[in-house]
Design a binder for this molecule. Structure first.
Ligand code: FAD
Length: 451
């Protein structure tokens, strides 16, 4: 009998297994597909590999001449972009395989069917464990009319394509839709982006979303916000779609349609029969324990914050609790990272969600940052939100190159309740983009020097 059996080897499952093994537990993971789950195979890694190629191409076209680098025939080669993507995915899978071996995690390949709180069956073989960790992830959401028309893509299909389409209509202007719009439009594919809510990236503040929208429009993307795709008809070499916009209905013809309207937890019949409480996804308490005391659930299967780093952290919390250490999940400082051009990252509260009289907000523009000037970067800002009374950092949004890395300074501040004064006391290196962060912090404390 294993101490713990983990179902699913995505970021939630593989991290839980390694942590448990590092703490001396006898652990096995059942995986029916590839190590790394959605993130490694159909999510974080392939999108970021493809976007790295797209960003490089775009910056060579837009910046090389001004930076004094002559690059005469800069052309994207999709087969090589795909090969870079595949190599990144395979290397990441192999990395997890290596870590399993190094830590003594057993891998069982196959489809796990949960039979009881202490056992699952894989290809008819019963496997028993003292604890189960369910980390079976999520699947793309498809509803009418999208699931009624043949050939409609989800993000999964994008990674299988052998050539770039001439045009795509992307339904959903959330993180996945906007990253895909960035990829395709950077490589000169005609993109139409339809978002139901008032603005693309609806979870972010409007000032951040507007910069991304402007950048996409410069790449030729047609964006329809507060709009809905109401019908699709297959036609020769593609689809004819009708979009209901603020101004009335319009028709678009594109070669492909990609639906990126979200994902739902992969709650299967055996999980329901097991008797774990389900509320959107599997319900757990803050220790990741379900209503069945020895059964834990982590990651997308919970149907809450569907991010790889959240799955990984939940996995650590579950593993520590299984090992007898009583700790709880804290979601106060979850960074959001969006690999658009420019990048967007945020953590903690957003300006749109707080009472303006209770906070102090300062936004420092990228145009006042020396390092950004040397990089020919002109679009972006760093914005901090602090408690008006205590000066504690409550949240931040960063838009600009490497925003996805810069956000960590704010994440540490939010997580540990640091004040703007404490951050200001930290020497920020010059010339770096991190001085944008300093500028915003100075703006909260007193006045920024460089504005
Ligand atoms: P998953 O990664 O989905 O893993 C679940 C695993 O369980 C799978 O390998 C599956 O095969 C296996 N499984 C399921 N059922 C069974 C069974 N019965 N038996 C055996 N195995 C089973 N997140 C970020 O943080 N940053 C990003 O940049 C990012 N980009 C993304 C881009 C795209 C296009 C998509 C789709 C997602 C992206 N995400 C990103 C989200 C991220 O991929 C998920 O939040 C993360 O993978 C969730 O991890 P998980 O372990 O919960 O589930």
């Amino acid at each position: 009998m294993y101490d713990a059996l983990v179902i699913g080897a995505g970021p939630g499952g593989y991290v839980a297994a390694i942590k448990l093994a590092q703490r001396g537990k006898h652990v096995a993971v059942v995986e029916r597909s590839h190590l790394g789950g959605t993130c490694t195979n159909w999510g974080c890694i392939p999108t970021k590999a493809m976007l790295t190629s797209a960003h490089l191409y775009k910056s060579m076209v837009e910046k090389a001449a001004e930076l004094g680098v002559s690059a005469e025939r800069v052309v994207p080669d999709f087969s090589k972009i795909k090969s870079h993507m595949n190599k990144s995915v395979v290397a990441s899978r192999k990395g997890i395989e290596y870590l399993f071996k190094k830590n003594g995690v057993e891998l069982i390949l196959g489809d796990a069917i949960v039979e009881s709180p202490n056992s699952v069956s894989v290809a008819g073989k019963k496997i028993e464990a003292r604890h189960l960790v369910i980390a079976t992830g999520s699947v793309p959401i498809l509803f009418p009319p999208f699931n009624e028309v043949a050939g409609i893509w989800t993000s999964d299909d994008v990674f299988k394509m052998d050539r770039l389409p001439e045009s795509v209509l992307i339904v959903g202007g959330g993180v996945i839709g906007v990253e895909l719009a960035t990829f395709f439009s950077s490589l000169n594919v005609k993109v139409v982006l339809v978002e139901l809510l008032e603005h693309i990236l609806p979870n972010e503040d409007v000032d951040a979303a507007q910069i991304v929208a402007r950048s996409l429009k410069r790449k030729g993307v047609e964006i329809y916000e507060s709009s809905k795709l109401i019908s699709i008809q297959p036609v020769e070499n593609g689809y004819r779609s009708v979009i209901e916009t603020r101004e009335g209905q319009l028709e678009k013809r594109t070669e492909k349609i990609i639906v990126a309207v979200g994902r739902k937890p992969n709650v299967t019949e055996d999980i329901k029969v097991l008797g774990v409480a389900i509320e959107r996804g599997i319900k757990t308490d803050a220790t990741m324990r379900t209503n069945i005391p020895n059964v834990y659930a982590v990651g997308d299967i919970r149907g809450q914050i569907m991010l790889a780093h959240v799955a990984m952290y939940e996995a650590i919390v579950a593993a520590k609790n299984i090992c007898g250490e009583a700790i709880e999940m804290d979601y106060s400082a979850v960074p959001n990272v969006i690999f658009t051009d420019p990048e967007v990252a945020s953590v903690g509260v957003k300006q749109k969600d707080v009472d303006p009289s209770a906070v102090k907000v300062f936004s420092f523009p990228i145009t006042a940052n020396g390092r950004a000037r040397t990089m020919l970067e002109r679009e972006g800002f760093a914005k901090f939100i602090a408690d008006a009374r205590t000066g504690k950092i409550l949240g931040a949004t960063v838009v600009g190159p490497y925003a996805t890395e810069l956000i960590m300074e704010a994440a540490i501040a939010v997580k540990h309740g640091l004040t703007a004064e404490q951050l200001e006391e930290v020497i920020h290196p010059h010339p770096t983009l991190s001085e944008m962060m300093l500028g915003a912090i100075e703006g909260i404390v007193e006045k920024p020097i460089h504005l």
